[in-house]
Structures are given as C-alpha cells and as structure tokens.
Write a protein that binds this ligand. Sequence first.
Ligand SMILES: Cc1ncc(COP(=O)(O)O)c(C=O)c1O
Length: 398
Amino acid sequence: MKELSAIAKSVQASPTMAIDAMFKQMRADGEDVIGFAAGEPDFNTPDHIKKAAVQAIEENFTRYTPAAGILPLKQAICDRVHADLGDKVCYAPEQVVVSSGAKHVLYLALRAITNPGDEIVIFTPGYVSYFEMVRMVGGVPVNVPTLEENGFKPVPAEFEAVITPKTKAVIFNSPGNPTGAVYDESELQALADICVKHDLYIISDEIYNCLVYDGKPYTSMAVLGPQVRERLILVNGVSKAYAMTGWRIGYGLTTKEIAKVMSNYVSQSTGSPCAISQKAALEGLTASQDLVGTMREAFQARRDYMVSRINAIDKVSCIKPEGAFYVMMNIKKLLGTTIGGSRIKSGEDFAKALLTQGKVALIPGEGFCAPGYVRWTYAASMENIKEGMDRLERFLAQ
Ligand SMILES: Cc1ncc(COP(=O)(O)O)c(C=O)c1O
C-alpha cells in the first residue's frame, strides 16, 4: 500500500478528548469519577432554542442551505456583534461565514490565509487545536510563551521578536482557553499595532466573549478600527454562550474577500452547516440574552469557589481567571514528588494519578504547551466542584 498523507498522519488526537474518553469509559464501567476535563457548559440548551429547532424540522427546513449560512442568521450575527461592541463595529452579511462550530471556522480561517511554510504565531498556554490546525494547513506554529505572573498575557516585545518574513498571522484568544485571561483595549491595541506594522493577519478567537466576570466589559480586536479589521478574522459561535456545543454552529466575521474564500471551502467540503442548527442558533442570537447572564453569574460563583479552595491547599495554586470557564492549577511544587505511590514528573503524571487514585478527571497542561500546570473546568455543578476539591485535598494529603 502507498503511504498515507504525511500531514494527515502527523495530526495528533486532541489530548482533551483523550482524557475525556478515558473518564467516560471509567464512568461507563461503573466507577465514581467526576469530570473536569471537557470544555462545555453543563447547562442544557435553553428550551426556546430547542423549540426553534423542532419547529424547523416540522416546517421541513431540512435541506441544504447556502454554503456560508442562511441570510437571517448572518444578519443576526452582524446585529449581535453590533449590539455587543457598539457603533464602531459594523459588519454586513457578505462578511460572515457560518460553519460547523467555531473550531471549523478557525480551520477555514487558517486555510484561507496559509501557504506551505507560513509561520503562525500562537501564545501559550493556548487552545490545543491551534497547534495541530496550523500544521494541518501546512503552516508552522511559532509559540510565544506567556507567564502566570503576567496573567498569562504576552509581552508585546517578545511577540515582535519572533516575527520573520515568513510570519503570516497570529492566533489570538480572549477570554482565553486554558488561562481565562481577558485583555483590555490597550493590551489588544499593543498587539494589534505589531500586526499592522508587520502586515500580519489576526485570527481572533472570541468564543468565550459572553463569559467575562466581575463586571469587566468584553472588548474585541474588532473595535480597534479599519486598519485592524481589514486583516482580522473574528471567530465566535453559539457553543459556549447558549450551551449549544453539540449543535455545531460557529461563525467568522472578516473582509468580503476572505469570507468568499472561506465560503468556497465550505461549499466544496461540508457543503453547508446543519439547517436545523442554524435555526436554533438564530433563536439563540435574537431572543432575550437574559439566560446568558444567568449562566455567567453561576460560572462566576463556581470560579470563586474553586479558586479559593485551590489556593487553600498546600503545594498547588492558581491565579483568578477573568473569563471563560477554566482554572490553570500550578503543580510545579509537586514535580519530582511521589503521591500514593505515583511518581509525578509532569502534568500528565499528575492527571493520570488523580484520575486513577482520586477519581477526578482534568487535563494535563502539556497539550496547551503549559508543563507544570493542569487545567480544571468549572463548567460543572457546584456539588461536583465541591466533591472534586475534597478529592483533590484527600489525594494530596496522602
Ligand atoms: C478557545 C476555543 N476556541 C474554539 C472552540 C471550539 O468551539 P466550537 O464548539 O464552536 O467548535 C473551543 C472549544 O472548546 C475553545 O475552547
């Protein structure tokens, strides 16, 4: 047999999915494990959104749609962005591409701008899929590490220092997964200025925009003016805001030219996003946003609880994330120690030991390029978070 594609063979399975699969298997086997690994809201999709989908089916809205999404949904996306970000940000439906989840929109964005060998800058710790997606389109990921003491935000000069003639774009993510870092406008401006100076595209993943805490406003790369918007692909979706992870609707807002290229890719690959899910997403975006606020308040209370419990435990610590629903727990003081007979040399060792002994699933930092850390999600019930923290305490007390 001839060789499979070298690029395809080099793609690694998502480590977050791998741990989640192990956790689900243990649970299927009847073990009392608690999961803090998967990044999805534990809330159910709101009823009014589910009803819109049922209505779509009953009305036989079940056929192919335009490749980049139905016009009312594209218009609703423009309106939502306008409502969230104000008059400075005005997109037209031709600038919108709806696809099967924000993940796929990120892939399309990278496909649209990357030639083989182009370098794409990623700030680390970063979302696991960025690294593999860049490789999947023939690009080269270039990591710029950030530090916990800087709130996991990059030093602009360190970003500028990695730029070469081959640098094509930067992937930016606020609020961030896995760090929960939220950038204010001046921090965004400092990074955007570098992108304008070096003529780089900006892929700005703002999928957690509804989850910014403590009354801090959400701001976006899109507010920084036309010089930024002409190089920007703003990525978002309905998964996190409306508890719709399984419906697979994400969207990108960009220039008409880039939107056209992305849309052509959709038309020749997935064809179009799911018609029924588009109707559900339309309902989510256009109905009252009160439930989004209710979910945000619940997440904030869980974050506060989790952060205070972690920081009360010896040898582990975390900073308080300002957005998304993750906590990066620093386990550096545990490296080189033995817990319950398990030698801990890495985040992976720690996550495996905690899962097998403590019956708690979380994600090792290595997949995010964050050795010395493990990621918890607080998209879990308060009851489970309490139990998870008790288990962590008992595991570490051995
Ligand atoms: C930073 C980030 N971007 C994108 C996604 C993917 O979102 P979607 O479910 O819309 O594909 C996730 C999901 O975990 C994420 O954390």
